[in-house]
Every structure is written in C-alpha cells, then in structure tokens.
Design a protein around this ligand. Sequence first.
Ligand code: UD1
Length: 341
Amino acid sequence: MILVTGGTGYIGSHTVVELQNAGYRVVIVDNLSNSNIEVLDGIRRITGIRPEFVEADCTDMVAMKALFDRYPGIKGIINFAASKAVGESVEKPVLYYRNNLNTLMNLLDLMPEYGVKGIVFSSSCTVYGEPDENPVTEQAPIKKATSPYGNTKQISEEIITDVINSGAPFKSVILRYFNPVGAHPSAEIGELPNGVPQNLIPYLTQTAIGIRKELSVFGDDYDTPDGSCIRDFINVVDLAKAHVKAVGRMLEDKSEAKIEIFNLGTGVGLSVKELIASFERATGVKVPHRIVGRRPGDIEKVWANPEYANNVLGWKAEASVDDTMRSAWAWQCRLRERGIM
Ligand code: UD1
C-alpha cells in the first residue's frame, strides 16, 4: 500500500489515479486545506476504485501515528502535502516552514518505526533559480531561494539527504518538477485553485471562460525570442506516471543508490506567448490578453534536460502541448457545467 499525502490536491489526485491503474492500493491523507473531498469521486469514476482517505494534517504527529497504526501495510510514501503559493509564502513564511518541513520530518520520523521502504518527494525546478544554462540537468548548481516556498523545497531536499546519509533504513527519490499543467483527459479531476489564480494556466482558462476579463502577460522584454518568459510545461498525467515509476524503483530495489534525484520536464522550452497561441489553436477559443510589466521574482527562462529520467527511470513525457491545452480547457468547462466556477 502507498500513502499519498496531499492526495486530493492537483498533482496528488492525478498520481493516485495512475497508482491505482498500475495496481497499487492507496491511502490518501489530506487536510483539505486547498482541495475538495469530491476529488475522491472523480478518482473513483476514472479508476473504479475509491481510495482510502484519512482527513488529517500531516504536521499532527498523533494523527499520523494513528494513520500508520490503522494501515500497517504502507510500504511507500509519496509526499505531496505542502503549501505552494510563492507570493503567500513571502507574507506567511512561518506557515510555509511549519507546514512543509514539519510534514516531511514527521514522515521521516515514522518511516523506520512502521517499516516503510521509501519516500518520493515533490521538489521543484525552483531550486535551480535562474539557471546559468538551459536545458538544466540535475547537476546544475542550486541557487539561493528567492521565496520561503522555494526555500522549503531546498531545505527539504537537504533534510532528506542528511537523513539518508545517517543510515536511515529507507530510500528516497526526489522529483524536481518543471511547470505542471493540464488535467486528466476525462475531465474528472484537474486543478482547482483557491481564489484568484497565480499560475498561468488556471488564469488563462478562467479568462477564456469569462471569469477573468483578461490575462496579463508579465513582461515581453526578456532576452528570449519573443520577449516573454520560457518554461517547460509538463502534462500532469505524464508527471503522475513518473511517480509510479519512482515508487516501483524504490520498492523493488532496482537501484543501489539510496537517494536519487530526477528532473521531470519535457525538454522543450515554450514561451508564455507560444503557450497562449497553442491554447487558442488547440481549442479554437480566444484568450483576451495584454502585455504588462514583469512580475518580481520571475525566472527568465528555464527548461529541463530530462535525459536522466528518460534513461534511468524509464519515463518520458508523451502528451503534446495542444492535447494538454485541450485537457485544461475541458476541465474548466466541466467546472462550469457543475456550477463550481
Ligand atoms: C512558480 C514557482 C515554482 C512553483 C510554481 C507552482 C517561481 C520562480 N516559480 O512557477 O517554484 O513550483 O509556481 O506554484 O516562483 N504568467 C503570466 N501571467 C499570469 C501568470 C503567469 O504571464 O497571470 C507567466 C509568469 O510570468 C511566468 C509563466 O507565466 O513566466 C509561468 O508562471 P507560473 O504559472 O506562475 O509558474 P512559475 O512562476 O514558473
């Protein structure tokens, strides 16, 4: 059995689907602080299985012990549970350090006691900051974090490394995500941002459906071909499948290494303007947008070299950008049908 913390969230829910499709039994723990219990129905409609669910806060050690007592078969953990809004983290740093670090430390503390063999950790390309060269390999230098959110990812990677090096009786895989976008092709699950979206795609789809008046493109005076920032937009289902590979690798002891780090991206950098064009082409829906000033703290360009994940993890991003854009749009339309947005 696999424990998925934050399993009702955006990437978590897609990963639970792929784990169940691959035959794993799953228990989700989530405090529903940024997600919805109905996600479980979406997962059931896709896979035919409603995962086990515990509503608890992973920073609550007593609740987490109770969870492991109740599910003694947990062999692996995928840790998604974390706060992830960059701007909010600048305003509420203690909340971010507490949530993200205490969650991780509780899990690392409990794993040996309950015989858990490995933990997959959700990290981010934010650890590379503004990279010196693109595409970025796992060997690229780690740059000083520019937000408390980014710092929690760096510190978490260091904590895991120290714990593994101390001789802990388990393994870890650290996955550095580039920019996850899109939704399950069934439109049963997807991203459900709280309030005004800060990330590009939810803002774009909300604009396309008329919830927002226009999308602001933050800057077109960057040193890139069209002047807008460049990212590596990775389909969330592809991303989810990488987690299944990572869990299998840990539990089946396919590697000698006790800790491994993989970049998860497509290997292709796409500009913000190109992504908008792709959305409009793929869906036939126009997105009102306007160039505005740069957003403080934004990285100019970053995309992955995913060869290590391709060759060693045996995983490759497959979805086309247009299909990913269609999935994001289908999800936004489903939210409208259900009267949610
Ligand atoms: C950010 C974080 C990243 C985090 C991710 C998920 C930084 C440097 N990176 O990624 O660590 O994992 O969010 O929360 O903070 N854009 C617009 N208009 C919008 C929104 C975005 O033009 O309304 C542009 C941004 O300027 C950027 C690109 O779209 O160039 C992607 O932005 P976003 O989706 O917020 O992701 P990142 O900033 O790349």
